[in-house]
Design a protein around this ligand. Sequence first.
Ligand SMILES: [Zn+2]
Ligand SMILES: [Zn+2]
Length: 172
Amino acid sequence: MSTQPPAPASQSPYPLEGGCVCGQVRYSLARPFIVIHACHCHWCQRQSGSSYVLNGWIENSNVTLLSPTGPIKCSIPTPSGDVSDLYRCPKCFTVTWRIDQDANGLDVTVIRVGTIDKSQLVRQPDAHIYVKEKAPWVTIGEGQKQYEESYPNREEVWSKEGLERWLARRSC
Ligand SMILES: [Zn+2]
Ligand SMILES: [Zn+2]
């Protein structure tokens, strides 16, 4: 049992640090994610070797590379025929993030939540997506939003703050 008193609620754990398995790539996140997806699609299962992937979306400006070495781009095919730009440590090949482009050509960083040192401090996913391809033994918590594929509109899943941050990102 911990003897430390609980941290006051106002004390933010951010910036949160993370990195690859070997430690060559290190980064920090200045703020909580705009939105977090648990993606159960088979493509995510294949490229991660796991049953689903936790992807946290955040503005590029809120990600700081702390190490002299940055991850290298590795473009991989996707089921839609587009490529996906995964960024891997050049030494241990852990994927630390993906860079996506939105409809306006603006980049967004999609962090692999599991690469954060204290990933337990990150809130639960805002939505489980592609649940139609979910492993049957994975149980989604009661009350958590889940969708057969993607969700119809952001307002249904994203917080007000998340939507505002996304719009602010577009205008700069
Ligand atoms: Zn590494
Ligand atoms: Zn997926």
